[in-house]
Design a protein around this ligand. Structure first.
Ligand code: HEC
Ligand code: HEC
Length: 338
């Protein structure tokens, strides 16, 4: 018996299950198909990935029933075709209410050690309540939401299979986190080039890549590694005065943290315009211009951001390189659509 259980589990781990019953595993584990060079992301022990959990999370991600007036789903601000971000400078919530931050990509969010731009949320499970309860996003009270979820009986069978209980906030937060953990992207032309397909990048993109990883620009000191981010908190000098959004300072109240934000991934960056925490830079050329000028000179600005003296051609090469980080397969993957 134990041997049989083990072999079914083994097959499920490999991603294929025996066609014939008995199916002893009612909710098989889901095994992430990781791109070359990507480590396994941390997954909480009490929320292991399973096929049903993902399926449930995916449907909930696209369901506007989660917002107070049923007008917005998570997808409204995290659109697949926009790299799971959107194109508004700051996000637009229910009744057109404006937020104060640019919607971030969910690309590779499984790897983040903290969530929100100032790192105010410790886990993806916990993070979910942010947009749901936020007055300028989905604006629904947790108690009201819980009552509403109880009435959504079409979700209960899948919720039972995934978590052994009907749909409620416990299930919702965990299922949405599970779905988001699968949004892993690492198959852009840049990755093909790294695998040895030398024609995957244009000559301009190769020149831009060399600049990106050089000490001349220091881009990769903050945007390095498989996810093009250290996920650390840095002040990259986008403002001289950070005004109402002081970044990491909001959590620590330490003046050295004013203007520090989580370093964003640059994967799929060409799709997620406009840029920076408040979306004030409209395109990648404006971002490169910002770095080339050496930032606005805030007291906390990282010394890595300083005038770069790049020629116009070099700036264009950097933009071309950033465009090579778009992973079309990820964007079009039917597994991420309802
Ligand atoms: C009205 C637009 C809007 C909606 C709806 C929305 N989000 Fe977001 N999301 C944002 C914005 C803006 C941020 C950045 C907030 C911040 O950093 O303070 C964000 C941040 C996040 C983050 C953190 C990413 C990071 O890099 O730290 C995750 C994860 C996320 N949202 C998932 C969701 C999920 C799941 C839902 C549905 C329950 C959802 N969002 C609904 C706009 C939205
Ligand atoms: C000191 C660390 C640091 C260095 C060096 C750095 N960046 Fe950034 N970068 C950041 C931070 C932090 C942000 C987010 C700032 C914000 O949200 O306002 C960012 C944002 C960006 C964005 C916009 C991302 C988005 O989703 O809005 C792009 C594109 C970018 N950087 C590219 C580069 C390039 C190209 C270089 C080299 C010329 C570079 N960065 C150098 C820390 C750095």
């Amino acid at each position: 018996m134990r041997l049989l259980l083990f072999s079914v589990l083994f097959l499920a781990l490999l991603g294929c299950r025996p066609d014939s019953p008995p199916d002893l595993e009612p909710d098989p584990p889901y095994v992430l198909d990781l791109p070359a060079g990507f480590p396994a992301p941390p997954i909480p022990e009490d929320n292991a990935l399973t096929v049903s959990r993902l399926e449930l999370g995916k449907h909930l991600f696209y369901d506007p029933i989660l917002s107070r007036d049923s007008s917005l789903s998570c997808m409204s601000c995290h659109l697949p075709e926009a790299g799971f971000a959107d194109h508004h400078p700051v996000s637009v919530g229910i009744e057109g209410r404006l937020g104060f931050r640019n919607s971030p990509t969910l690309t590779n969010v499984a790897y983040h050690p903290w969530f929100f731009k100032e790192g105010g949320s410790p886990s993806l499970e916990f993070q979910v309540l942010g947009p749901l309860e936020n007055h300028v996003e989905m604006d629904i009270d947790a108690a009201v939401l819980n009552e509403r979820l109880a009435t959504l009986s079409h979700y209960h069978p899948l919720a039972q299979k995934a978590y052994g209980r009907d749909l409620d906030i416990y299930v919702l937060t965990r299922a949405l986190a599970s779905f988001q953990r699968t949004l892993i992207s690492g198959d852009a032309p840049y990755d093909a080039y790294r695998r040895g397909e030398t024609r995957a990048l244009s000559a301009a993109q190769v020149r831009g890549m060399d600049l990106f990883f050089s000490d001349r620009t220091s881009c990769s000191a903050c945007h390095g590694g498989f996810d093009f981010s250290t996920h650390g908190m840095e002040n990259n000098g986008t403002e001289r005065d950070y005004g109402a959004d002081l970044g990491r300072f909001r959590i620590t109240l330490d003046s050295a943290d004013i203007g520090k934000f989580k370093v964003p991934t640059l994967r799929n960056i060409a799709l997620t315009w406009p840029y920076m925490h408040d979306g004030h830079l409209p395109d990648l050329a404006a971002v490169i211009d910002h770095y080339n000028q050496g930032g606005q000179g805030h007291v906390n600005q990282s010394p890595l951001v300083r005038p770069l003296g790049l020629s116009e051609a070099e700036q264009a090469d950097l933009v071309a390189f950033l465009e090579s980080l778009t992973d079309q397969q990820f964007i079009e993957n039917p597994a991420f659509r309802p």
